[in-house]
Ligand binder design. Structure first.
Ligand code: AP5
Length: 216
């Protein structure tokens, strides 16, 4: 099964991709996580990407398409994948179509997680992330069992550089301008499934499984 997850920053794409990945045994491919790793390692990609990410802007399409094309050729992606954070622009979506057409492996569904801007801002400004396993926590809605460390591996949790309110508002505006057109792009191809993502995480997972029921 091959899925794309769409939704505002903070919609819960990463949270739900992890759930579906575990259920289906297919990898979650998060372009945000891959870029943050490159930034942390100080690779040429990371040095270039950081300038855009810290401002809440998108990394150029050509860089992202090359990165995802390479990742989709890894053996673990051969039986399926969940793309979390890609595509984010129409040119990226067209490029993905071409890569998958060459491989003869089209997408099965695009899942769009719906939340309001206010919820997006509250979720992101309250988020903490484990730099080791990438699990996310929330100070209000999903606190870790022990104050500031990851429940799974005990690593101290961190805040990202793009989580202050001003940068989040900028990310929301860029989403509206550059990513929202993908809703029509995928609706026209009869791939779009929508999930109300404002409920607690388990209820959102139920909604996701319901939206994909005929495929799973
Ligand atoms: P990326 O890391 O992909 O960020 P994003 O898409 O903006 O999404 P987030 O990771 O902020 O949110 P999410 O929807 O995954 O929510 P989460 O599950 O964490 O990208 C970062 C940057 O990288 C971009 O700005 C750009 O610069 C660059 N980039 C990446 N891909 C790119 C591309 N294709 N092209 C160009 N540039 C690219 O949940 C959020 C919080 O809410 C967490 O604390 C979580 O615990 C909590 N939560 C989740 N679900 C619920 C719930 N149901 N109820 C209550 N709390 C919840």
């Amino acid at each position: 099964m091959r899925f794309v997850f769409l939704g505002l920053p903070g919609a819960g794409k990463g949270t739900q991709a992890r759930v579906l990945s575990e259920r289906l045994g297919i990898p979650q491919i998060s372009t945000g996580d891959t870029l943050r790793e490159a930034v942390q390692e100080g690779t040429p990609l990371g040095i270039q990407a950081r300038i855009y990410m810290d401002r809440g802007e998108y990394v150029p399409d050509a860089v992202m398409v090359r990165m995802v094309d390479e990742r989709l050729h890894d053996p673990d992606a051969s039986k399926g994948f969940i793309l979390d954070g890609f595509p984010r622009t129409v040119p990226q979506a067209r490029a993905l179509d071409e890569v998958l057409a060459v491989a003869g492996t089209p997408l099965d569904a695009v899942v769009q997680f719906l939340i309001t801007d206010d919820i997006a801002i509250r979720r992101i400004t309250g988020r903490f992330t484990c730099p080791m396993c990438k699990r996310t926590y929330h100070e209000e809605w999903r606190p870790p069992a022990e104050d500031t460390v990851c429940d799974v591996d005990g690593t101290p949790l961190e805040k990202r550089n793009d989580e202050d309110t001003l940068t989040v508002k900028r990310r929301l505006a860029i989403y509206r301008e550059q990513t929202q057109p993908l809703e029509a792009f995928y609706a026209e191809r009869d791939l779009l499934r929508t999930v109300n993502a404002e409920a607690p995480p388990d209820a959102v997972s139920d909604g996701m499984f319901e939206a994909l029921r005929d495929l799973l």
